[in-house]
Structures are given as structure tokens and as C-alpha cells.
Write a protein that binds this ligand. Structure first.
Ligand code: PHE
Length: 434
């Protein structure tokens, strides 16, 4: 007897889970510093234009692909043509590679979160971070704990696991974010931080800004891994799929901007450097936490926020291979989760160690972590999205009229899906490889 496919309890559960997938480290950890480095408001405007227009097309195509085929990634592509199975396989490879480096940062967050519960007394954050990331035991164990939490909830299934986590974590995330913004805006000179985020610096606008905004938009929407295809395949009935897609896009923009409003006023208030890039969260912010009243509690709230954002995204990535294993090999969800646990552990441990004892292993001058990041973000994500648009537009024949009542919107969508978006993505893909 064939197992019945799981479905979301309601439209609300689906939207929350999709928001959980979209809103992650990409919004809260990466977006603020990328925006700061790329001209503040200029970057923000570019990002908003791209995410609501160009990125809407593959997002919609991926959701529709899942919703129509009601299959895992390999099954979905196979349904269009057996020869296309390989593309579903490629989605699965991507959905294993991204967690392999994403979960490394997830592990760091767990470590800092626990540290903040115990005693957040970090005298020298630079030295502290560098000692920690070079410690093979602490980092590996943290990564494994993060991976375990994700696979544990996945093993519980769609309703009891994924929905449960998102139902609690997304509202919690929103509440913590608002409380932290209030605290941050109350600090002296908070307006300097707001200026940094919102004041346009046109001198920083160039083709790189557009490319970075586009890459950022794709990553934050989770397009190109098959995560949305898989989540879309659990939709029972959704007549308002356009609204769902725009809710996901809107949330992604909102959380990104709010993260900037939370972080920069605090950073500027203490006269710290805002452009420390990836170290912003682990080096600059701890300096802030050390100086403000109730800094320990605020640090805990902040790392819980990052933890929730990362877990809900992490689960959505792993759901891709999970659905594939369950549906292709007809094994139980639990067995699939165990296999995924070991597969991701096998790649993420070397990635974790590449900040320390495996730091000398390099390919093209890149460490293991950087290779995984580069191959997923610059090669696999755009490649998968190009393939997705072409197959959805030319073979699956997803049409604008299935989505929009308005003829003009429907026509624009069709042209976007078949020609414009694949062409833009091919350019990005080419530039990203250089
Ligand atoms: N969108 C997530 C973030 O912003 C990352 C992600 C990518 C999640 C791909 C799922 C699939 O952090």
C-alpha cells in the first residue's frame, strides 16, 4: 500500500513554514552588513525592486511546480520528463551542500547562545571568536547539536515537527526582534545607525550592487534548492497562491530591514565599526552587549533570535532530501532523517574544522567552508533556478493565467519565466563564476 502524502494543516501553516524557510541567517546575519557595505538605502531599493519583480517569477514557479506535481524534487522533474530526473537530483545535492556550511554558523550560534545563558562575559570578542572557531571539539559538537535539532523535528513529520517548530519560532522571532529594536533605538545616537541603513550613498551604486542584491534576494527567498518545491508539494488547496508568494517576499524584506534597524543603531551608539562584515554578529555585537545594562539578557535574546531563524531555514533545506528518500526509496521518515544526519555531518564537520586544523586544505585558494559556500551560492543556486524557470515555462507549461486574473500580468509573467529571468540568471551565473 502506498503511503499517503502528508499535507499542511492549513494555508496559514504553509505560509508560516515558507516564511520560516525564507527568513534565516541570510536576513538577520548577512543582509545588514551587505546593505551597509553596498550603499545603504541604494542597496535596499535595488533589493526590493528585484525581489518583488524578477525573483517573484522563480519563487512562484517553484511553488507551482510542487503544488501541481505533488512530488519530491526528483519525482517532480521526472513527471515532466524522465530525462529531467537529474535536475531533481541536483536540487538534492544543493540541499545537502548548503546545510553543510550553514549549519557551521548554526553551531556557532548555539555556542554563543549557551554562553549567553551561562555568563556572557567576553572581554576580547576577536580573540574569543578566533579561539572558539579553532577549537575542533567545541565547534564540531555545536554543529552536530544544531544538525540534530533540525533532524529531530523533521523526523516528527510535517504537522508535529515542521509546523510545530514554525508555529512557535516565527512569532517568537518577531517578538524578540521588536523588543531588541526598541532597546536599540533607545540608545544615544541611535539615529546615526538609522542613517547608515537608510541614507542612500549613490557613489556606492554599480553593477556589483545589482549582482549582490540579486544573489541576496535569491538566497533569502530560498529559491533554487527545491525547498519551496517540496513545501509547495504539501499544499492541499491554495487558490491565493499569489498572495502566499507575496507574503513570503514581504516577510523576507521586513525581517531583513528590521534586522538592520536592530543592529546598526546599537553599533553606532558605541562608536563601533559597522563594516566588519561577517564578524558583525560575533565580534561587534558582543562588544555592545558588554557595555549596555542587562547586556547578558539582551545577548541571550539576540542569539535565541538567530537560533530560531537558522533552525526554521535549516529544516526546510533538509526536507528536500528527506522527501526524496521517503518517496523514492519508500523508507520511513525516521530512517531518511538518520541517513541525512550522517550525510550532512560527514560534510559539515570538515567545513567546521576548516577554520582551524583543516585550514590548510585549500582548493583554488579556498578553504573547505568557502568551497561549499561558493559552489552552492555561485554555481548550484543560479543553475538550479535557470533550469527551474526553463522547465516550468517551456515543458511543464506553467502559465501566468493560472496565477493572475489580469491578462497583462499573466503575459508579463509568461515572458519573465520563459525569457527574461533565465537570461538574467545566465548573466549572473557567468559573472558569479569569474
Ligand atoms: N533563506 C534562508 C536564509 O535566508 C536560506 C535558505 C536557502 C533556506 C535555501 C532554504 C533553502 O537564511
Amino acid at each position: 500500500m502506498e503511503n499517503k502524502r502528508p499535507t499542511w494543516s492549513s494555508r496559514y501553516s504553509f505560509i508560516l513554514a515558507a516564511i520560516g524557510s525564507a527568513v534565516g541567517l541570510g536576513n538577520i546575519w548577512r543582509f545588514p552588513y551587505v546593505m551597509g557595505q553596498n550603499g545603504g538605502a541604494v542597496f535596499l531599493i535595488t533589493y526590493v525592486i528585484l525581489i518583488t519583480t524578477l525573483c517573484f517569477v522563480p519563487l512562484m514557479a517553484e511553488l507551482m511546480f510542487g503544488k501541481i506535481t505533488k512530488k519530491d524534487c526528483i519525482g517532480a522533474y521526472e513527471q515532466v520528463n524522465t530525462k529531467f530526473k537529474i535536475f531533481g537530483f541536483l536540487n538534492n545535492v544543493t540541499a545537502i551542500i548548503i546545510p553543510s556550511f550553514y549549519f557551521v554558523i548554526g553551531g556557532w550560534i548555539i555556542y554563543y547562545m549557551i554562553k549567553s545563558f551561562v555568563n556572557f562575559n567576553i572581554e576580547n570578542p576577536v580573540e574569543y571568536l578566533s579561539n572558539f572557531i579553532q577549537n575542533p571539539y567545541a565547534t564540531s559538537i555545536s554543529t552536530i547539536i544544531f544538525l540534530f535539532i533540525c533532524t529531530f523535528f523533521m523526523a516528527r513529520g510535517i504537522k508535529k515537527g515542521i509546523e510545530f517548530v514554525n508555529n512557535y519560532m516565527i512569532p517568537l522571532l518577531a517578538v524578540i526582534l521588536i523588543v531588541l529594536i526598541a532597546a536599540s533605538l533607545n540608545l544615544p545616537n541611535a539615529n546615526l545607525g538609522l542613517e547608515y541603513v537608510f541614507k542612500p550613498d549613490f557613489s556606492k551604486f554599480n553593477s556589483q550592487t545589482v549582482l549582490t542584491a540579486m544573489g541576496q534576494a535569491f538566497f533569502t527567498l530560498s529559491v533554487g534548492t527545491g525547498a519551496l518545491l517540496t513545501y509547495g508539494s504539501y499544499i492541499k488547496e491554495d487558490k491565493c497562491i499569489v498572495q502566499s508568494a507575496y507574503t513570503i517576499i514581504f516577510s523576507s524584506i521586513l525581517f531583513s530591514v528590521l534586522a538592520g534597524i536592530m543592529i546598526f543603531p546599537a553599533v553606532f551608539s558605541f562608536g563601533l565599526e559597522a563594516n566588519s562584515g561577517a564578524g558583525l554578529v560575533f565580534v561587534t555585537l558582543p562588544k555592545v552587549f558588554m557595555q549596555i545594562p542587562h547586556g547578558g539578557i539582551i545577548a541571550s535574546a539576540f542569539f535565541i533570535l538567530l537560533f530560531c531563524a537558522a533552525i526554521t531555514s535549516g529544516i526546510s533545506m533538509l526536507e528536500v532530501p528527506c522527501a526524496t528518500l521517503v518517496e523514492r526509496l519508500k523508507i520511513s521518515r525516521l530512517k531518511a532523517c538518520i541517513i541525512i544526519f550522517f550525510a550532512v555531518a560527514l560534510i559539515s564537520i570538515p567545513a567546521t574544522l576548516s577554520f582551524g586544523i583543516l585550514g590548510n586544505i585549500k582548493l583554488f585558494g579556498k578553504t573547505i567552508f568557502d568551497i561549499l559556500d561558493f559552489s552552492a551560492s555561485n554555481i548550484l543556486l543560479p543553475l538550479n533556478s535557470i533550469i527551474l524557470c526553463l522547465i516550468a515555462g517551456w515543458f511543464l507549461k506553467i502559465k501566468g493565467e493560472m496565477i493572475f486574473k489580469n491578462d497583462i500580468f499573466a503575459k508579463i509573467f509568461d515572458i519573465g519565466l520563459k525569457y527574461i529571468v533565465p537570461m538574467v540568471l545566465i548573466i549572473i551565473f557567468y559573472l558569479g563564476l569569474r
